[in-house]
Write a protein that binds this ligand. Structure first.
Ligand code: AMP
Ligand code: MG
Length: 330
């Protein structure tokens, strides 16, 4: 049965909260990407997320919480570092990993003893959280490994094969556009598990201590898989000074190709190629990158050539996503 897109009116929010309370799934907008939500206290409800996404078991889910009071029920201790980061960045695209209480279902935690918490900065997500009255476990609303959806229509395409009729709440295009920064504050030193638009430098400045990079001892998570966020069409990445030769290489194959770049490289013939223009600033690029990758993937081309952004901060987060998207399958 197909996914069905609903306007975010009060009747939709009430129906979505009721569906969550029954153990069902609801796709909801957040400022980062669309999430596939379920009652975070329920093993059975969370199991539905893994089934619908084809997500490997053992990869835990982020629990979304309402704005306002600290989410103390979900953790063994709401630590000073967590309080400081939440004060600075919530609601917003920062996920905190903490020692878990029994409140989060074992399935949400993938059997581990930590829980990932985030307070989303999106009015529709917050209305649903308030109506539901508890935490909503929600990974990105795509099939496991593929491109995260940043529109309701992209969710409907991704999860068309989900069992039952999936309720998708339309909150418009996601303004941040890539997944949240994840910081593990459960141990002695804070660790960056996934870069995002709130940068490691922002987090370190707030805490007054540098972040450790996620290393060998980190829990496995799908965002850390070498191939992730990937289109079906082969993707070739090029730094700005390598773009001309990468596009010339694609042209030489005589097969149709798409170029994702700020501009067509000077002096390179464009026969067989289509330019999808990338915006100039890093926040705009984060907002648009998954939509443009999806559009490029749907163009029926033999390959996609994408210009890599430079710089630290959001540039690093974007290179992380694009590098994983370009990793060949298998
Ligand atoms: P997604 O929302 O699809 O981007 O997936 C959520 C991300 O958060 C995945 O990479 C998870 O593995 C990660 N995550 C969720 N819970 C935890 C946890 N307890 N410890 C570490 N990472 C987590
Ligand atoms: Mg995901």
């Amino acid at each position: 049965m197909p996914a069905r897109i609903h306007e975010p009116d009060d009747a939709t929010i009430a129906a979505a909260a009721a569906r969550l309370a029954e153990g069902g799934l609801v796709a909801l907008p957040t400022e980062t990407v669309y999430g596939l939500g379920a009652d975070a206290r329920s093993d059975a409800a969370a199991a539905g997320i893994y089934a619908a996404k084809g997500r490997p078991a053992g990869n835990p889910l982020i629990v979304h919480v309402a704005a306002g009071a600290p989410p103390t029920a979900w953790v063994r201790s709401w630590t000073p570092q967590a309080a400081r980061l939440a004060d600075a960045f919530w609601p917003g695209p920062l996920t905190l990993v903490l020692a878990a209480s029994e409140h989060a279902s074992t399935t949400v935690r993938a059997g581990g003893d930590t829980v990932a918490l985030r307070c989303p900065d999106h009015p529709v997500a917050q209305r649903l959280l308030a109506a539901f009255g508890s935490g909503i476990a929600a990974p990105s609303a795509n099939r496991s490994g593929s491109i995260s959806p940043t529109t309701a229509a992209a969710v409907a395409t991704e999860l068309a094969g989900a069992p039952g009729e999936l309720m998708v709440i339309d909150g418009g295009p996601c303004p941040v556009g890539i997944e949240s920064t994840i910081v593990d504050v459960s141990g002695p030193a804070p660790r960056l598990l996934r870069p995002g638009t709130i940068t490691a430098e922002d987090v370190a400045a707030c805490l007054g201590t540098p972040l450790e990079a996620a290393g060998a001892g980190s829990p496995a998570h799908p965002g850390s898989a070498p191939r992730h966020y990937a289109p079906g069409t082969p993707l070739v990445l090029a730094a700005p000074d390598e773009l001309a030769s990468a596009v010339a290489g694609a042209h030489a194959t005589r097969e149709p190709f798409v170029v994702l770049a700020r501009a067509w490289p000077a002096g390179v013939p464009s026969t067989g190629g289509t330019l999808l223009e990338l915006p100039g600033t890093l926040p705009e690029l984060a907002r648009d990158i998954y939509r443009l990758l999806r559009e490029a993937d749907g163009a029926g081309a033999a390959r996609i050539v994408c210009e890599l952004p430079e710089g630290s901060g959001i540039g690093m987060a974007l290179r992380d996503r694009l590098t994983r998207a370009a990793t060949p399958a298998g």
